[in-house]
Design a protein around this ligand. Structure first.
Ligand code: DC
Length: 241
């Protein structure tokens, strides 16, 4: 499972800035960026499109077996269009960000069978190169051997404000209270589920972005990564690994 490159895991609750930071860091380092939340969202999109009950684990599991999910990086440096995700060849990058997906995704992501099926796909994607992979259980379940693990946090109020702003800017007609309810509910389901809950791995570095600018957080993270790379280089030079 472990590749020769560097593996960076980012976990944390909803709207904490994992995607923004993950993309920024991957872009800066020339690493592959994998947003595992997008995979759960893509499955949710197909489940809802096919009018399948979000609690019907067996039917969803069969659907997952018969679904092809692919991720392609674009050649733009624009963070809002950094990669596209396809379900059976259909580009669903926009659709999976709809609040209707927010409303349902955690119910599907809590199903153990589905998570177990998606472990394989996520690990396969992680084999490819130097990567930044983000989600809820990357440091704890998907890539427990990751070289560097970060656990992001920010106050609930700040996270809700960020997500609300993002949706309004995209043109969604949604109220602040609805966004608040969705985020609180999602975090609750994601962290209380029995199998692979949202958790800070013991060896994950805590990054609290409350009141901090994106640049500030990015600099801090890059410093940690560069320090690790120097340490790894010395180890190789001294034949320790
Ligand atoms: O990162 P995101 O908000 O786009 O993720 C959407 C949902 O997918 C999240 O609420 C829970 C689920 N998810 C998960 O269970 N495990 C992951 N590794 C990533 C996301």
């Amino acid at each position: 499972m472990k590749n020769n490159g560097l593996t960076i895991a980012i976990d944390g609750p909803a709207a904490v800035g994992k995607s923004t930071m993950g993309k920024l860091i991957a872009r800066e380092l020339g690493f592959l960026y994998i947003d595992t939340g997008a995979i759960y969202r893509a499955i949710t999109w197909k489940v809802l499109k096919n009018n399948i009950d979000i609690n019907d684990e067996d039917t969803i599991s069969e659907l997952v077996s018969n679904t092809s999910i692919t991720i392609e990086k674009t050649d733009t440096k624009n963070l809002n269009d950094y990669y596209h995700i396809f379900v059976d060849g259909e580009d669903v990058s926009e659709e999976i960000r709809d609040p209707w997906i927010d409303q349902n995704v955690s119910q599907i992501a809590r199903l153990p069978k589905i998570r177990k099926q998606l472990i394989y796909l996520q690990r396969k994607l992680a084999e490819k190169a130097n990567i930044v992979m983000e989600g809820r259980d990357i440091g704890s379940v998907i890539l427990p051997q990751a070289d560097i693990k970060f656990f992001f946090t920010a106050s609930e109020e700040e996270r809700i404000k960020r997500r609300y702003k993002e949706l309004i800017e995209k043109g969604y007609n949604i109220g602040y209270e609805v966004v608040k309810k969705q985020i609180i509910q999602r975090d609750k389901i994601d962290s209380k589920r029995k199998y692979a809950p949202l958790i800070r791995a013991k060896d994950a570095i805590l990054i609290d972005s409350t009141g901090k600018s994106i640049e500030e957080v990015k600099d801090k993270i890059l410093k940690i990564i560069n320090k690790f790379r120097e340490y790894r280089k010395k180890q190789i030079e001294n034949n320790i690994i």
